[in-house]
Design a protein around this ligand. Structure first.
Ligand code: UTP
Length: 216
């Protein structure tokens, strides 16, 4: 059985309210999928709102990340119970599991995208599925630039030109700069897809045409 690593953006899980319908679809997709799945959960709304509050009080940047990590753990705890999976994992280790492993943030200085890279390395997996609310990676952030164009395939060098290279807690990029550097070095591919359209991930896994961006 192959192992699939998925980085699930926290805004799919909880952008301000827990997305029950998304979680039901994710559960059904993962359960029906023939592969073992490692799900790395982002922090979403909880991470961003708690980090914003910490900044108001002059908390140091490492504290922002530590708070963000706890938000990822909370989201992961919900998923691990939904999937009846082993306890939430933070430090990546090569461990045995039967079907689903749910993971959260580990150390300050990156997002859970980087944790997904670390898990992929541990399991010798060369592809990471990065799920967000967007169909593609775009030339610019489509939230602010309506003329942003979707990109279907790009090298790591090309991708890195589209994002800020400096890490800051709560940073929102399709795949964070720390994770990108590590994935490029490990010659990994990151497939960015819309988590609301899991059928596109299924298409990719079956080698069919799909909606999404391949980096690497
Ligand atoms: P994420 O940035 O991964 O959650 O973690 P998110 O915002 O839900 O992810 P995307 O952008 O939608 O995919 C939340 C915060 O937790 C801290 C960082 O501050 C990060 O912004 N964190 C997370 C770490 O410091 N280390 C980790 O390993 C993971």
């Amino acid at each position: 059985m192959k192992t699939v690593v998925m980085s699930v953006g926290g805004s799919l899980i909880n952008p301000g309210q827990i997305q029950i319908e998304f979680l039901k679809k994710l559960k059904s997709f993962v359960t029906k999928n023939p592969h073992k799945v490692i799900i790395v959960c982002g922090g979403g709304y909880a991470a961003r709102s708690y980090i914003t509050a910490a900044k108001e009080f002059g908390v140091k940047p490492v504290g922002w990340d530590e708070i963000g990590i706890k938000a990822t753990v909370l989201n992961a705890e919900l998923l691990r119970h939904i999937f009846k999976a082993p306890p939430v994992q933070q430090k990546p280790v090569d461990m045995k599991f039967s079907k689903v492993l749910v993971c959260a943030g580990w150390l300050p200085g990156c997002s859970t995208d980087y944790d997904a890279v670390l898990w992929a390395k541990k399991f010798n997996v060369k592809e990471i599925f990065n799920l967000s609310n967007r169909d593609y990676v775009y030339t610019k952030d489509p939230k602010f630039f309506p003329d942003a164009k979707p990109l279907k395939k790009l090298s790591w060098k090309e991708y890195k030109k589209t994002i800020s290279q400096k890490w800051t807690a709560g940073l929102s990029t399709p795949f964070d700069p720390v994770a990108s550097k590590s994935a490029e070095k490990a010659k990994m591919k990151v497939i960015c897809l819309n988590g609301q359209k899991l059928e596109q991930l299924d298409k990719y896994l079956k080698g069919k045409q799909f909606i999404g961006t391949v980096i690497g």
